[in-house]
Design a protein around this ligand. Structure first.
Ligand code: AMP
Ligand code: ZN
Length: 496
């Protein structure tokens, strides 16, 4: 097994990853609130954890990956007061809340599939776990860590801390500072302490999403669902919990308090947070009005875009930065990513088309095999170092040089040797496809079309019909492709 280190937000350092019960790994990631189309910022977070899931699986772990769907309880402004995001949308669009949930869940799934993200092992919903949430509220009240007030139930932070809890330890927030920051909001008088957070909210009759509970009609607080669903499927303590940086506080801080309060130990061993996608340095978010939808990117229709970009170009763009760094959106960076992705995918095509053929009397030059081994190990080292996809991609480019040398016959198969060729092929294909989740985007139909056009090109060339040859070339260009007319072969490639 590879020796993986991960940055743990809780300890603020990189730690060697040791699962509770290897080879099993429990991974929980906070999923989207399905009240609107996911924007590219959301996508970045989910792709970071998709890559983690892929890598853990690649190095031999059996991962149970749980990513929830928030379909109730997330209030506008992420606070304890205000309208439910889904309920609000349902009213605006005059639809049932579950119609809103269905519409945006389908969108989310299709966006994730377009970016070649693997589905999680379990995708539970908050509304599907109402019983578990009501039981958790009861248990916290019984333990003296929560209290009822006007039909709502709040988690008692002072009591939790008196019993040894350390509210604030994940985000590094100091309680006194938090108190100073907290403004008196409507309804906060229900709380013993303004920092207490709702685990159950009383719902007035106008509130369309409400359930019967021992405290009257209401709905669960946003933070509670993740505690209940993660423990149900992964146990009261599990390996990795992920989400975007902006969820560290209050969402994940509250999850720790609830989990610890219920089970007397921390719920999670490794907390991982991915950084934000920004636009001109500002977090991409729906409320700031600077978000783009993936569909706008694929069509190139957003005013900030110079052109359209394909899903794999965007995935590659995201992988080129480390998940803990912010990533600023720009046309220049996307164009560079398009070029980089196409160079690698051209290498992939060439490599997949090659087979090892022994050459009579050729002597192996071990230098090549050593370089391939070094780059392959460097790929693993990069990902073992807190999933550094940016560095890993650099090593894929080194392997690409070897592929191109084989293609242009600067290095022959005989010089390379079978073992080195197999290592090159396995490593490159596995990292590109299985670990980084990239793939060639051309469909089988398009490939058939392109190959037919290439036959025409050969035909016209033989007949010296140069006008027609030029027309075929233009067709390739219009498809983002080029004809590679070489001495030993005529082929096509993606335009880099
Ligand atoms: P939400 O649907 O608002 O709960 O967000 C879903 C996920 O997207 C959460 O993990 C957020 O942290 C993450 N997220 C939201 N905005 C961004 C952004 N600009 N960049 C990266 N991740 C984001
Ligand atoms: Zn969550």
């Amino acid at each position: 097994m590879q020796s993986l280190t991960l940055y743990n937000t809780l300890s603020r350092q990189k730690e060697r990853f040791e699962p509770i019960s290897a080879p099993n790994v429990g991974l929980y990631v906070c999923g989207p609130t399905v009240y609107n189309y996911v924007h590219l910022g959301n996508v970045r977070t989910f792709l970071s954890f998709d890559t983690l899931f892929r890598y853990l699986t690649h190095i031999g772990y059996k991962v149970r990956y749980v990513r929830n769907l928030t379909d109730v309880g997330h209030l506008v402004g992420d606070s304890d007061e205000g309208e439910d995001k889904i309920g609000r949308m349902a009213k605006l669009e005059k639809l049932e809340p579950m119609e809103i949930v269905q519409r945006y869940t389908l969108d989310f799934h299709s966006v994730m599939a377009t970016f070649n993200a693997l589905p999680p092992s379990i995708e539970p919903t908050a509304t599907g776990h109402m019983i578990e949430q009501i039981e958790a509220v009861k248990a916290l009240i019984d333990k003296g860590l929560a209290y009822e007030s006007n039909g709502s139930v709040y988690f008692d932070i002072e009591q939790y801390n008196r019993e040894g809890g350390q509210y604030g330890k994940l985000s590094g927030r100091i309680l006194d500072d938090l108190l100073n920051e907290t403004r008196e909001l409507d309804g906060q008088s229900e709380k013993r302490n303004p920092l207490d957070f709702a685990i159950w909210k009383n719902a007035s009759p106008e509130h369309i999403m409400r359930w019967k509970s021992p405290w009257g009609m209401g709905f669960p607080g946003w933070h509670l669902e993740c505690t209940c669903m993660s423990t149900k499927y992964l146990g009261t303590q599990f390996d990795i919990h992920g989400g975007g940086m902006d969820l560290k506080f209050p969402h994940h801080e509250c999850e720790i308090a609830q989990g610890h309060g219920l089970n007397d130990h921390d719920p999670v061993r490794y907390w991982m947070h991915s950084n934000m996608l920004t636009v001109n340095g500002q977090k991409m978010s729906k409320s700031l009005g600077n978000s783009f939808l993936p569909s706008e990117l694929f069509a190139g229709t957003h005013p900030l875009l110079d052109q359209a970009y394909s899903p794999m170009t965007v995935r590659f763009f995201m992988l080129q930065s480390h998940y803990r760094s912010t990533l600023d959106f720009s046309n220049e960076a996307l164009k560079a990513a398009q070029k980089g992705y196409r160079r690698l995918v051209n290498g992939l095509r060439l490599l997949k088309g090659m087979t090892f053929e022994a050459e009579e009397g050729a002597a192996i030059d071990h230098k090549h095999g050593e370089e391939i081994t070094r780059d392959s190990q460097a790929l693993y080292n990069a990902l073992n170092d807190d999933l550094n996809t940016a560095v890993a991609i650099g090593h894929l480019f080194s392997l690409l040089k070897k592929i191109n040398q084989l293609d242009t016959k600067q290095v022959s198969m005989g010089q390379l040797g079978e073992a080195a060729f197999t290592q090159l092929q396995t490593t490159f294909v596995q990292f590109f496809e299985d670990v980084l989740g990239l793939k060639e985007e051309t469909s089988r139909d398009q490939t058939a079309m392109v190959s037919g056009m290439l036959d025409l090109y050969r035909e016209y060339k033989t007949q010296r019909l140069y006008d027609k040859v030029d027309q075929v070339r233009s067709y390739f260009k219009s498809q983002g492709l080029v004809i590679r007319d070489m001495k030993h072969r005529i082929d096509w490639a993606y335009e880099e």
